[in-house]
Write a protein that binds this ligand. Structure first.
Ligand code: MIC
Ligand code: SF4
Length: 649
């Protein structure tokens, strides 16, 4: 049996362990992507680990999340990131040059290489046949300190694409169709490998939309082959030398298989609240909308915006609609100017916002609770827009454009029929011609100049947990449902994000939108347990969600199941993630019930734990699925302690 592309790459980069599904392996990482939101913590970890200069890796730090200097802490964080980048030998990309994933794709991503990023949508670069993975900053810091990146060998889900999309249907509709079929937990523990003749009908930008949103499926990553379509992209980017052909073997083995005929996909939309609430656009046609946004790392490329412009040409945004765009790079804006598209967009009444994450995480354009907002972003978890009671729909740029003109949701095919117009036929820009003025390349040197690091008093190293104690006790502080996202655990907002470099301050925002008194309660009780349903911690790599859990002295999270990145982040912070042996016990255990765990039970030989209720004396059985490495991290209290310990021995 031949090898899948994923297994070929795992075999090339494996440095520890054996490639067997579910087993932990260590792989070598060639490229690292850092974004500002998680970057300050990452550099603090490098300081704590005593790292000098980073060698043998291409590391790039982008400022794309907290760009608007809404408060002094933002600019202080940026100064710290810039000066740390220079200290460690990291490429620094200035604020608002663009969103990390698109910039990385255009400038650094390489078929056949490995990329680890501190942002969950690092999977974007899987579009060019690279193994692109996301992790928390602690894991990334460990890799920068010289360890491999550890992950459990995922199952490989092959999605075999046939035929081609119909006019007015887009790559975003493929992502939404996958969410309809697989739901937000359908990709957990899997890498999704796309193959089949349909791949040839999707350019790299369209492929990037799809691998970007593999994250919404909970998948470890998504990957396309590197073929003539990829070659075309590299040629346009002026980077032909970085291209190479990569594909799975003819008879490759896959753990799971799904056939998708692209010609059967119709325009789809995610209803407010969750990216997998999918219905055909025509089912909600006529719903009035007041806000429309095209942009973000998912659909903010030149390609997306040129499509938008060709629909808007000669037409205006509906009087009741506020329409803004967040192009994913400055370069896209430049290309739009060159192609006369920007003028079209502005003439139609669209507001040009910066090339940043912006509204995608509630930094600007916050809707009110009485409006419907249509966006081309990848996630619409409740409250992520900055307004808890929000109504954010996810759709393609084509659907967004048609609906913005109509003032109500409309299937773009019906819109086209009404106006007798043809679907936009566009391709990628002729040349990239990237202006590198905003890229600050480090001076080649092996020497460190620590004195130049600018660290304001807002940037405070996190105090991690000590080695585990004999008993872990406390009350169940909160009982949650399924699919709790890291946005629920630690909401992003202008207010909370200014404290991203101060874990103890940001911890007061834990569960703020679900229960504003949570942190107060946790402090009053000296910590306790969290109880949750399935897919706990889905969404972003936001390590602050785990840091806050640790700072509020949560000893363990008891859940039906976990999302991968948050699960690892919890372990790295010394918090035990346990899953119910009997999922019905989820209903038995009550909020405020006092639970106790004897930590002697934590050993590699057994994956069963008994946690006792001090109220009812009942014993509940939980599973832990920790590798020996993870068990050691938990016992030592955190990943930094583990790393120091490993290096000592
Ligand atoms: C997101 O889309 O939620 C973010 C903000 O980009 C996060 C990163 C973070 O919280 O730092 C992500 O996707 O990982
Ligand atoms: Fe930024 Fe949104 Fe993309 Fe996250 S999903 S990287 S917040 S644009």
């Amino acid at each position: 049996m031949g090898l899948s592309l994923t297994h070929k790459l795992l075999s090339k980069y494996i440095v520890e362990g054996k490639i067997q599904t579910g087993e932990e392996i260590g792989i070598d990482i060639e490229q690292i992507l850092i974004q500002d939101h998680n970057g300050t913590q990452l550099f603090l970890y490098l300081e704590a680990l005593g790292i000098e200069r980073i060698k043998d890796k291409l590391v790039v730090c982008y400022i794309d999340h907290n760009v608007l200097q809404l408060n002094p802490e933002n600019i202080e964080d940026q100064q710290y990131l810039k000066s740390s980048a220079s200290k460690y030998g990291v490429i620094f990309v200035k604020p608002a040059t663009g969103i990390s994933h698109q910039l990385h794709l255009e400038n650094f991503a390489k078929p056949g290489s490995t990329l680890l990023g501190t942002d969950s949508h690092t999977t974007h670069c899987g579009s060019v046949g690279m193994l692109a993975l996301a992790a928390g900053s602690l894991d990334v810091a460990a890799v920068l300190a010289g360890t491999p990146y550890f992950l459990k060998v995922p199952r490989i889900l092959n999605i075999h694409l046939r035929a081609k999309l119909n006019p007015w249907c887009s790559a975003k509709d493929i992502s939404l169709e996958l969410l309809r079929l697989l739901k937000v937990n359908g990709g957990i523990g899997k890498i999704i490998e796309f193959t089949g003749p349909g791949t040839k009908n999707l350019n790299v930008q369209q492929r990037a939309v799809i691998t970007n949103m593999c994250t919404e499926l909970g998948a470890t990553s998504g990957i396309f082959p590197s073929d003539e379509v990829t070659y075309d992209f590299y040629e346009r980017m002026g980077r032909k030398e970085d291209w190479k052909e990569l594909k799975p073997d003819e008879d490759s083995y896959y753990d799971e298989h799904l056939e998708l005929d692209l010609s059967t996909i119709e325009p789809l939309i995610a209803l407010p609240g969750m990216p997998d609430n999918i219905v055909p656009v025509r089912e909600v046609a006529g719903t009035k909308i007041q806000q429309v946004m095209v942009g973000s790392c998912t659909n903010g490329s030149y390609f997306d915006l040129a499509i938008l412009a060709s629909v808007m040409k000669g037409r205006g945004v509906h009087p009741e609609v506020n329409f803004f765009i967040h192009p994913s790079t400055q370069n896209a804006i430049k290309l739009l100017i060159q192609g006369d598209y920007l003028q079209v967009l502005i003439d139609s009444g669209i507001e040009l916002s910066s090339s940043t994450c912006g509204a995608c995480i509630g930094l600007g354009h916050i809707p009110s609770s009485n409006i419907n907002s249509l966006r081309t972003i990848n996630r619409n978890f409740k409250g992520r827009s900055g307004q808890y009671d929000d109504y954010v729909y996810l759709c393609s740029p084509e659907t967004a454009a048609a609906s913005a003109i109509k003032g109500e949701i409309i299937d773009p095919r019906d819109f086209a029929k009404e106006l007798n117009i043809r679907a936009p036929q566009l391709c990628l820009p002729e040349s990239n011609n990237q202006n590198k003025n905003n890229f600050i390349f480090p001076i080649i040197s092996t020497k460190v100049n620590s004195s130049s690091v600018q660290k304001s008093k807002n940037i405070v190293p996190t105090k991690f947990r000590n080695p585990i104690s004999e008993y872990l006790t406390g009350k169940v502080l909160i009982k949650l449902g399924n699919n709790i996202s890291t946005d629920d655990i630690l909401p992003a907002s202008a207010e909370s994000l200014k404290y991203r470099s101060n874990a103890s301050k940001i911890s007061s925002y834990m569960f703020h939108r679900l229960d504003p008194k949570f942190s107060e309660r946790a402090n009053d009780c000296n910590g306790g347990w969290i109880l949750a349903g399935s897919n706990y911690g889905q969404g972003s790599s936001r390590e602050h969600a785990a840091l806050a859990t640790m700072i509020l002295q949560i000893v363990g999270v008891l859940a039906v199941s976990f999302a991968r990145i948050h699960y690892n982040n919890l372990i790295n912070c010394g918090i035990i993630p346990c899953t119910f042996e009997n999922p019905d016990d989820y209903y038995e255990i009550k909020e405020n019930e006092a639970l106790s765990l004897k930590t002697k039970q934590l050993n590699v030989a057994s994956n069963l734990l008994i946690i006792s209720s001090q109220n009812t004396n009942k014993n509940y059985r939980f599973r832990i699925d920790l590798t020996p490495r993870q068990l050691k991290i938990i016992k030592l209290g955190n990943l930094l302690a583990f790393n120091k310990n490993v290096r000592k021995n």
